[in-house]
Design a protein around this ligand. Structure first.
Ligand code: A3P
Ligand code: MG
Ligand code: MG
Length: 374
């Protein structure tokens, strides 16, 4: 039976730069039942406006309305407004939301506070054989804060690829526009049927949830695409939220296999926040929507298990998530500056230890200290 092995440490374990190493669990062997992921509860929502500023309400919530068949996802490309990715927002929006929720109602001491996207990456890592990633972890006031670490090389690489990805990426957002009606309910004036308004990727609607994996408390923030509710009505609850995705039309077995592999990320992303429904628009190379299909988030793992050669299953993802978060709680939490330097009124907050979590595809995760901030 799989038990996460104790992290490996070499002889100079006390040296601050020696990584702890956590290998991946076996992927295609029977595993003991994984720690359960507790169904998330909503604790707060907020909205990014067209200028990226934050309002603590549901202004940017949108209502689902199926995209017209045959709509052109290239529409409006020249008018798009894109969020400035050079601005690193860290966990700012999430922390601000937790402050509005008030003392102790958002986060649980002894847990992890992060974006849903970070937990998606950790969960899906066992089946990720191409893209590595790095994150930064810091303990503060009894919780571990986890955020993306974007090394300059990977930033530069992304910038290089950006122009070739601009149109396919835009099509994902155009599908969102064709599939939704915005809060004010007024259909954007346009010569094209179903268009919900020009794309501005500054605009986002975020939901903050509390959950847990096994005994480890989690507080997660993430974008929700839309809700199934009457236009103009208030937040109908997580049970009625919908994730939107685009995919190329599937014409052969290879494309079918690629789609089933991608469903791991779609499932994890939606499952973590409690989004029960995923609507996929299938488009051709020219960006024309040819078909649409809805998936019940909860039943995706069963769909995958029913395939002749399932490309993934959930037990390794949950075991690995639990093992990585346990590693963080064991090593990062004790470096909480409020624990190690009990505050006295004459001093400011002491420096916090900065840790790096680094994923190497097909191998596992490393955790090591990189310095202090204060
Ligand atoms: P698709 O997923 O339909 O391609 P999300 O689906 O998470 O709501 O994101 C909306 C769109 O943003 C995506 O639509 C895609 O176009 C773009 N996007 C999201 N994450 C991305 C990533 N890691 N790299 C490139 N584009 C991304
Ligand atoms: Mg989205
Ligand atoms: Mg989406």
């Amino acid at each position: 039976a799989y038990r996460p092995p104790p992290p490996r440490q070499s002889a100079e374990a006390s040296s601050s730069s020696t990584p702890l190493f956590l290998p991946l669990p076996p992927l295609f062997q029977p595993l003991p039942p994984p720690p359960p992921y507790h169904s998330p509860t909503l604790i707060s929502t907020y909205s990014h406006s067209p200028d990226r500023s934050i309002v603590h309400d549901d202004t940017s919530m949108a209502y689902y309305r199926p995209a017209p068949m045959g709509c052109d996802l290239k529409y409006g490309f020249e008018r798009r407004i894109e969020r400035d990715e050079e601005v690193e927002e860290h966990l700012d929006g999430l922390c601000e939301a937790l402050q509005t929720v008030g003392e102790g109602r958002g986060e649980r001491k002894g847990g992890v506070i992060t974006w849903r996207g970070m937990i998606t990456r950790i969960m899906t890592a066992p089946f990720e054989d191409r893209d590595g990633w790095e994150m930064t972890a810091i303990a503060l006031d009894g919780s571990v804060y986890l955020e993306e670490h974007d090394p300059p090389e990977s930033k530069a690489n992304r910038r290089k690829q950006q122009s070739s990805w601009a149109l396919p990426t835009y099509m994902g957002y155009a599908f969102e526009s064709f599939s939704t009606v915005s809060r004010d309910g007024e259909e954007a004036e346009s010569e094209v049927e179903g268009w919900g308004g020009d794309v501005n990727t500054n605009v986002q609607w975020c939901n903050v949830v509390r959950s847990a994996i096994g005994e480890i408390p989690l507080c997660l923030g993430g974008e929700v695409d839309c809700v199934r509710a009457e236009i103009g009505s208030p937040h109908p609850g997580l049970e009625r939220t919908v994730e939107l995705k685009t995919n190329k039309v599937i014409e052969n077995e290879r494309q079918d296999a690629v789609f089933h592999k991608k469903l791991l990320k779609h499932w994890a992303q939606s499952w973590l926040l409690g989004v029960p429904e995923i609507q996929v628009g299938f488009r051709d190379d020219a960006g024309i929507v040819k078909s649409q299909k809805g998936f019940e988030t909860e039943s995706i793992p069963r769909l995958i298990a029913s395939l002749p050669h399932p490309p993934w299953s959930t037990p390794p993802t949950l075991h690995f998530l639990h093992a990585v978060l346990s590693l963080l709680l064991t090593h990062v939490l004790p470096t909480d500056p409020l624990l190690t330097h009990p505050q006295n009124p004459s001093s400011d907050l002491p420096p916090a230890t900065v840790w790096r979590l680094r994923f190497v595809p097909r191998k596992g995760c490393e955790l090591y200290k990189v310095g202090e901030v204060g």
